[in-house]
Design a protein. Structure first.
Length: 490
């Protein structure tokens, strides 16, 4: 009896010559990442507008043309410009692909005394370095209003002087630098483990350090981000700042009061004119107004931090977790369902209780992580200013000033990130590597002089060269989403 053999599935880009496939895949991935979020945001806005039956009119009272198609056209066509992210992705990958073989030939002719492996690594490094340098300059050449300033000319009769600033590609550079550091540290740790296992010196403490590396990275990074959000929010990207503010759900007057405690504007035991700040908050929550007077209340009661939940710090923490968990589930549950439907299909998901249970548990676990993150931050503030801090620092007026002037917020920043231990171990690395570049961004200026841009370009090119060179030899070394993207491209 003859047996039928199923032919292998034909790739969608099979008609494309192999050397052009990575370039095409990189362009499409870049295009999807540029269009996808904007298209989804546009669709949500349009749906909400239709539900509310809003009719926009111009000054003459005539009905305006539906702006949805115009906005959709802009979302779809703008990423096709020359100085766009998809073009950058294609230039980086295409340059690396096309330059590697010619550079390898040149190095082979002039470096016969170098080993074959070293010549391969050098050609890959140089090819990726050159392509990364040129592709980033493509993005940097685009001028935007946010990075353009004007100053009056010394002579009033002449037009203002236009100054262009660098920093548009800083987030991309920090992402590449973080990934390069992760690759280097991971490779060094893997070699250390191999040596110690061969010598029989690998211990449980070594294994624990390896498992705690990603949680520690996330805890440090998220703590730095939260500290910046609290005291220097302008150093964070606006969208990131708004998202944290939404998740935190805190009265801005409370944040302002703690900020003024830190800079000395609000001082306990002195009338510096700051009583109306928290006094208005006391009026809104029906508390005694003197609670918000720093000259009288030293310190102001922790119930103000709880914002109407009650005097108990533990009850406030439980309330925070419940509210944050519920809020997070509205995001994580639909996302988990969509991912499951994409991979399994609706029929398989509905007819398989274990699969549906895994989806629910995954969403609940991620929601618990985010809920605990917010809870730990707030409870850390309470621990420092009420529960433990006064027993360590002291209860005098200067000690209370120190506690509310940074120690309480610092404690919350230190504790909140360890909630990552509630998340699945496989996701910790992705979350940690997502937050780490944003933490680095708080340490460098968002804008800087154009004459210093070459430094950023050099960091980016070197980082990309490290990642691609290591990836060519050991694909598993590039972890998480970035590793998946590179596997899809190459």
């Amino acid at each position: 009896m003859a047996t039928s053999t199923r032919s292998p599935r034909r790739s969608w880009d099979a008609p494309v010559p192999p050397i052009f496939r990575p370039l095409l895949r990189a362009y499409l991935i870049g295009y999807a990442s540029a269009v996808g979020p904007r298209f989804l945001s546009l669709l949500i806005q349009y749906t909400l507008r239709r539900q509310k039956k809003e009719r926009e009119t111009n000054g003459n009272g005539k009905k305006r043309k539906d702006s949805f198609l115009v906005a959709l056209q802009r979302v779809l066509l703008r990423p096709m410009e020359t100085q766009s992210f998809p073009t950058f992705c294609a230039a980086l990958v295409g340059g690396y692909t096309f330059l590697e073989l010619p550079l390898k030939s040149i190095i082979d002719r002039n470096g016969s005394n170098i080993s074959e492996l070293a010549r391969k690594r050098l050609s890959r490094f140089l090819a990726s370095f050159i392509s990364a340098w040129m592709s980033l300059q493509l993005l940097q050449s685009k001028q935007t209003p946010d990075f353009t300033g004007t100053t009056p000319h010394p002579h009033p009769s002449k037009p203002p002087v236009t100054t262009h600033f660098a920093g548009r590609t800083l987030d991309l550079t920090l992402l590449a630098a973080t990934r390069a550091l992760d690759v280097i540290v991971g490779e060094l740790w893997a070699r250390r483990r191999t040596r110690r296992e061969a010598a029989g010196h690998w211990t449980r403490w070594d294994a624990r350090i390896g498992r705690l590396a990603d949680p520690a990275l996330f805890a440090f990074s998220s703590g730095l981000v939260m500290w910046t959000w609290f005291y220097e929010p302008a150093r964070l990207p606006p969208a990131y700042q708004r998202w944290i503010s939404t998740a935190a759900a805190v009265d801005n007057r409370l944040i302002t009061a703690l900020q003024r405690c830190r800079d000395g504007t609000l001082r306990y035991g002195r009338d510096t004119g700051q009583a109306p700040l928290l006094g208005s908050m006391c009026d809104d929550y029906l508390w005694p107004r003197h609670w918000g007077d720093p000259a009288v209340s030293i310190p102001f009661p922790c119930e103000i931090v709880h914002m109407g939940v009650g005097p108990s710090c533990e009850h406030h923490a439980l309330s925070r977790f419940t509210r944050s968990f519920t809020w997070a589930m509205t995001t994580y549950l639909p996302l988990s369902l969509l991912l499951a439907l994409r991979s399994r299909g609706p029929r398989s998901l509905l007819t398989s209780p274990p699969a549906l249970r895994r989806v629910l548990l995954s969403a609940a676990r991620s929601s618990a992580f985010l809920g605990a993150f917010i809870t730990f931050f707030y409870y850390g503030v309470c621990l420092a200013r009420t529960r433990i801090g006064p027993h360590i620092v002291g209860t005098s007026t200067p000690c209370r000033q120190r506690l509310d002037g940074g120690i309480c917020v610092g404690t919350g920043c230190f504790l909140c990130g360890w909630s990552i231990l509630l998340e699945h171990a496989g996701r910790r690395k992705d979350i940690a590597l997502f937050v780490a570049p944003r933490a680095l961004a708080t340490l460098v200026p968002r804008k800087y002089g154009k004459e210093k841009e070459w430094r950023e370009t050099a960091v980016f090119a070197t980082s990309v060269a490290v990642v691609l060179t290591v990836f060519a030899e050991n694909r598993r070394r590039v972890r998480g989403v970035m590793g998946g993207v590179l596997n899809g491209v190459f």
